[in-house]
Structure formats: C-alpha cells, structure tokens
Design a protein around this ligand. Structure first.
Ligand code: NI
Length: 234
C-alpha cells in the first residue's frame, strides 16, 4: 500500500484510486480469512473424523522454550489446542505465536504479568488484559475474545470493563506441581469426558510429553480434540 500511495501522489489518476480501493478490499478479505483461523478446514476435519466425544486441550502461561516442541507434536497428530498467553512472554517468541495462529490453534489472553485479577482495580484489570491483547494483535493481526484468568480468579463485574469471554476448565491436570508424566496422563485420561476442558501448561517439559501422550490415548478412545471456541459455539 505504501507503493500505491507514492504512485498515486505522483500521477493522481482515477485508475490508481480504483486500484487502491480494490487492494484495500482484498487486504481486508485476506485478514478476515486469516482471523477466522481456518475454521472451515477444522470443521471439515471434524466431520471426516465423525467423533462423538469432543474435548479441548488448553495451555496456560506460554509461550515458552517448550512450546515449539508441543506444536510439532500437535501438528503430527492433526490436533488444534487453545493457548492462553502471558503478554510478558510474547516478546522474543513472536514466531511461535505466529505459528500457533497459522496451524489453527486458538490464542487467548492470560494477562500480561500473570496476576490475580480479583486483587486489582478496574483500571489495572483493563491494563493487564488490553496490553496482552495488543501484544497478540501485533503478532497475529487479530484481537482475541477469550481470556483465561490466572488461578481461575474472575468476577462477573470484570466483564463490564473488558469485553472478553472468560474460559475456565473442568479437568485439572495439576501438571504444574507434578513432573511424573505417567501420573499426569493417567489422571487426565481417567477424568476425560465429552465437553471436557483440560488445563495444562506449556512451560514444562513434562507437560509437553504428557499432553502428547494424552492426545494419543484419547484419540484411541475416539475423542475429537477441538478449540474452546468450537466447544462453546459449535
Ligand atoms: Ni497461569
């Protein structure tokens, strides 16, 4: 578009004006398509698998040095997950966040400094969330609508100040306080159910290993892995 503006100043021609409108339109259409996160692809895959039980893997606190390995494993298994990012961890790992979006994962907000939102003033809550959403936007070109409040601490009043959908969980892997992969996998698999939202963290090596084994186990049980927006809206 920079090229277009320079030329239009020079020639000031009607043809350039219409070319500009066309390019703008195409640009907006491409951006919208990207923001839709290949939902069509994901949906058709879901139909092809015709699984009856749907479950969502969610990862908090990233991106971290382990996230790429997790993305590799999820890609191999054709699984999309939901990542709730800490704003302060995005800088320096922009490529990982870009990859999440390209590979159809949902990107959500986990505040900037990983804070207890219920201990903050309205203004501080807004800052924590907006700053993180802006970091995500800078990398992906999309604003996320989903927030995972750290420690699950949320009050309905917060919704009046930020237009975000809070996403909690109903299956806790407790992977942050246990590095035994076998135990984590066993726990999650035993609690798995249709509509489950599994809480994990992509900032531990043991969590990445556990998550991929959980996928293998639950796929054998005919579970379909979906992102949280699919679980909510589809
Ligand atoms: Ni957290």
């Amino acid at each position: 578009m920079v090229v277009f503006l320079t030329l239009s100043e020079k020639y000031s021609c009607v043809l350039w004006f219409y070319t500009g409108i066309f390019l703008l339109f195409m640009g907006a259409a491409t951006a919208l398509e990207l923001c839709a996160r290949s939902s069509v692809e994901v949906t058709s895959q879901a139909v092809a698998q015709s699984a009856e039980k749907r479950i969502a893997l969610t990862f908090d606190d990233g991106p971290s040095m382990y996230t790429e390995r997790l993305l590799d494993g999820l890609k191999e298994r054709q699984v999309q997950a939901s990542f709730f990012l800490q704003g302060q961890s995005i800088q320096g790992r922009e490529k990982v966040v870009e990859r999440m979006q390209k590979e159809g994962h949902l990107i959500g907000n986990h505040t900037f400094h990983h804070v207890k939102l219920t201990s903050l003033t309205e203004r501080e809550v807004q800052e924590e969330i907006e700053k993180t959403s802006n970091e995500i936007y800078k990398v992906t070109g999309c604003y996320t609508s989903f927030v995972r409040p750290p420690y699950g601490l949320w009050r309905s009043e917060i919704e009046y100040h930020v237009t975000m959908i809070p996403v909690l969980w109903n299956i806790d892997s407790l992977d942050w306080c246990n590095t035994d992969v076998g135990k984590i996998v066993k726990k999650v698999v035993s609690l798995a159910r249709d509509g489950g939202i599994i809480l994990m963290h992509d900032c531990y090596d043991s969590s990445v290993k556990s998550a991929l084994q959980i996928v293998d186990e639950l796929q054998k049980e005919n579970y379909e892995f979906v992102t949280v927006d699919q679980l909510i809206y589809e």
